[in-house]
Design a protein around this ligand. Sequence first.
Ligand code: ZN
Length: 124
Amino acid sequence: MSKCSYDPRIVEGHALGMYHCPECGEMVVAGIDHPDYSAPMEIQEDYLEVCDPGDPSVGIQSATWKITGGFIFENEVDREEFREAIQQAFGLQAENPQVAFESEIQAENDMWDQAAPDDEYPVG
Ligand SMILES: [Zn+2]
């Protein structure tokens, strides 16, 4: 499957075999399937956070660890495997470690921003 929706097969009989796709600009051949030049979707995360809610009722403080340096995953399955491995590793340190990646933390912050616009807070 190609990401570009333009279908070179519809111009069968075109004078020239090869031409630039009018939609994405890649080289296509009239009468032949549009090639897929799109790279596989990588997932990039700048950092991740491991958060343990702790249990304040028995005196266990919550804790958060931030791991920076950047991560690249070939796909979501790889990212989930990594999340599980990190969770397992931190299970040696924490009761119930939760792993959140940058994109998830950003999304949560955005939701929070929308739920509580700045103008609801008194300024000054
Ligand atoms: Zn195209």
